[in-house]
Write a protein that binds this ligand. Structure first.
Ligand SMILES: Cc1cc2nc3c(=O)[nH]c(=O)nc-3n(C[C@H](O)[C@H](O)[C@H](O)COP(=O)(O)OP(=O)(O)OC[C@H]3O[C@@H](n4cnc5c(N)ncnc54)[C@H](O)[C@@H]3O)c2cc1C
Length: 428
């Protein structure tokens, strides 16, 4: 089939494609061989790829940096890497506007640097910046701050290439239903090529990280969550130890965090990676590792002031298994106490950290913060938890009547199908 397809590609598509490209997610837990892999450089290229996929009855998916821990981005047909659609189109520094329009494949690292040159910044960010803005908003990626929404909530408008209605501009006032669905679409509605993002004047953040006890945090959760603009805490399972991290906008002089080779690279990266790897063969040492790391690296307060994006984002070190839940804030302390009890009474060995962050609610149809419901569910649970789930499914069918943008993950989770994944290898 590959050879036959190759003959059918025009000159332009040949230039930007590869056959049977093997791609892995960031965690190296899932890998996928797609029939055709494309690196388009323009919207015209995207149109050609969509037409080819329709003609050959293949599924097509956009990918960003493949940081999703599952097979969500993968396709049994064609893959569109957005890495070359990464240009800044317009920066509007006008006091009223403060927006930037970019292609969806831009990495957040590059976006932060471009904005900084124009005296602008994003109001809130996720933990890492080597994601694309398209991937981040397709999954409602979030940072922390009880009065700050997820990254999708910062989007003013976007351009979406669909099957049934072609190129669409969407915003609060134009195709507003599609806009609310596309702001967390899991790639199921089409390909997002451009977004306009609301920014603010560049700012410094003052961060304070302090050790604390879990009971103290949970007993005072409401006041702690509101005690700074951005608050998160890490709990070290099998212990009562936590760190709280708080950050506020400031006009004080910058005093960046000083990292040392011995503490942060030699021990904090290489040795830590080695002992965590060894703990896979002897999980009984995990509680000890958590205690040691806390005493060695986190038991003293840390204070620093730096550009907002350097404070929001940090190095997540090495490949790791991640599990994320969204819990309504009023239930958070009960859920965390139950989790602690379960860790103490079961055979499980849980690595640090359990990270707890806070996100404002929004009205994005499939966002975990819509009505503050929970995540990681299958269709029957999703229908109950997400009030707009059925509307999303109906819209998906209208915009994509032949299922061009669906993949095994979406068929399993959104449509409840039992899909056999032939071209996917998972180590999980
Ligand atoms: C180390 C690490 C730290 C992380 N930290 C955070 C965090 O702090 N907060 C958080 O919420 N999440 C976090 N995540 C999860 C991450 O934000 C999401 O997985 C995000 O989707 C990754 O972006 P990406 O560019 O890698 O997208 P991919 O993983 O490549 O794609 C994600 C989804 O978006 C779709 N997609 C991508 N681009 C487009 C496009 N242009 N048009 C249409 N659909 C598209 C894909 O088809 C796929 O369904 C983290 C992940 C890792 C590995």
């Amino acid at each position: 089939m590959g050879k036959l397809d190759k003959v059918m590609l025009d000159e332009r598509l040949k230039q930007i494609s590869k056959y049977n490209a093997k791609i892995y997610n960031w965690h190296k837990t899932v890998c996928n061989t797609s029939e055709l892999y494309f690196e388009p450089e323009s919207e015209d290229d995207i149109v050609k790829i969509i037409e080819l996929a329709k003609k050959n009855k293949r599924n097509v998916r956009a990918i960003g940096m493949l940081h999703s821990p599952s097979d969500l981005p993968f396709s049994d047909g064609y893959i569109i890497s957005m890495k070359k659609l990464n240009r800044v189109i317009e920066v509007d520094v006008d006091l009223e506007a403060k927006t930037v329009t970019v292609e969806a494949g831009i990495e957040i690292t590059q976006l932060n640097e471009e904005l900084s040159k124009h005296g602008l910044a994003l109001s809130n960010l996720c933990a890492i910046s080597d994601l694309t803005i398209g991937g981040a908003i397709s999954t409602a990626t979030h940072g922390t701050g009880i009065n700050f929404g997820c990254l999708s909530a910062q989007i003013k408008s976007l351009t979406l290439f669909t099957d049934s209605r072609g190129k669409m501009h969407c915003s609060e006032t134009m195709n507003s239903d599609i806009f609310k669905a596309a702001l967390c679409s899991l790639g199921a509605l089409g390909i997002i090529t451009q977004v306009t993002i609301q920014c603010e004047t560049a700012f410094l953040l003052e961060a304070n990280q302090t050790p604390a006890k879990l009971d103290h945090i949970l007993d005072n959760l409401d006041s702690i969550v509101h005690s700074a603009e951005h608050v998160r805490f890490w709990w070290f399972p099998h212990t009562d130890d936590c760190i709280t991290w708080k950050a506020n906008r400031t006009n004080k002089k910058p005093s960046p965090q000083k990292l040392s080779y011995i503490n942060d690279t030699l021990f904090g990266f290489h040795l830590l990676q080695l002992i965590l790897y060894l703990s896979r063969f002897r999980s009984s040492i995990v509680p000890k590792i958590n205690q040691l790391i806390f005493s060695f690296k986190f038991s003293k307060p840390i204070h620093f002031i730096d550009d907002s994006y350097k404070v929001f984002c940090f190095d997540c070190l090495f490949s790791q298994y991640v599990n994320e839940w969204a819990i309504p804030i009023e239930k958070a302390k009960y859920a965390i106490r139950d989790l602690k009890r379960w860790v103490e009474t079961s055979e499980v060995s849980a690595h640090y950290p359990v990270e707890i962050r806070f996100v404002d609610q929004d009205d994005i149809w499939l966002s975990p913060s819509y009505g503050r419901k929970a995540h990681t569910m299958f269709r029957s649970e999703l229908e109950k938890a997400y009030p707009k789930f059925q509307s999303f499914i109906e819209l998906q069918k209208q915009l994509d009547p032949t299922g061009l943008f669906l993949n095994p993950y979406l068929k399993r989770h959104l449509f409840g199908e039992n899909v056999d994944v032939k071209n996917l290898k998972s180590k999980l």
